[in-house]
Design a protein around this ligand. Structure first.
Ligand SMILES: [Zn+2]
Ligand SMILES: [Zn+2]
Length: 221
């Protein structure tokens, strides 16, 4: 493998540029927070090491008043399993799909032409934006769903699900121009969920936070 290109503008940006073998990252079971008993999401650095835990609800635009205290879900007495889609408090089903990751990049430099800068200062046109890998968000293989969202998943109603979830989101994510971006992100994420959905689903029951499966998960016929 050649070393990374020293000229960021010549390397292809985006997920493909990051060499992270997610299949090598063991995610044996979901992590939950000991303090609030709710689901956590994991962020990796580009070496595949866990760098941060985040309440799953924070990914959906909600706020939290404490830092996550991660533990495997089976160690949490009476976990509160919310719908991973619309945040409804009572998830009824667990679906499984391919572990999905999104790469976030942070801007390290904005390059402007010298002449342009001298003439226009902060109005100077940005010629090039350099970015670096900030973190990889792992969404996990298991998605919990409330009865209503599960109906839409069973019907493979992608737009119905996006609409329902956007309606349930805080206004700051769906106000004005934010709505189109939010819907775009949901479309990308849920398309992958639908495309890689494993057969069957697990019914969440007391003492069975990973669901009771009528059909073995992940075993394609
Ligand atoms: Zn918590
Ligand atoms: Zn839901």
């Amino acid at each position: 493998m050649p070393p990374p290109s020293p000229h960021p503008e010549e390397s292809a940006p985006g997920p493909k540029a990051v060499a992270l073998d997610v299949s090598a990252v063991p995610v044996p079971e979901p992590f939950y927070c000991r303090r609030c008993r709710r689901a956590l999401n994991i962020r990796f650095n580009n070496l595949g090491m866990i760098v941060e835990y985040l309440h799953a609800a924070e990914q959906r635009g909600q706020t939290s008043d404490h830092r996550p205290e991660p533990a495997p879900v089976t160690e949490i007495p009476d976990p509160i399993i919310e719908c991973d889609f619309c945040s409804a408090p009572d998830a009824a089903w667990i679906y499984r799909c391919a572990n999905q990751v999104t790469d976030a990049r942070r801007v390290t430099a904005r390059v402007v032409a010298v002449g342009d800068y001298q003439a226009r200062r902060h109005a100077a046109r940005v010629r090039r934006t350099d970015t670096e890998h900030a973190f990889t968000q792992a969404w996990g293989e298991r998605w919990s769903a409330c009865e209503e969202c599960a109906h839409l998943i069973e019907a493979r109603d992608l737009y119905g699900l996006i609409g329902r979830v956007a309606d349930a989101m805080p206004a700051k994510l769906t106000r004005g121009t934010h709505l189109m971006r939010t819907r775009g992100q949901l479309h990308e994420r849920y398309s992958d969920v639908f495309n890689t959905l494993a057969p069957g689903r697990g019914r969440i029951a007391p003492g069975h936070p990973l669901g009771v499966w009528t059909q073995p998960p992940g075993e394609a016929p």
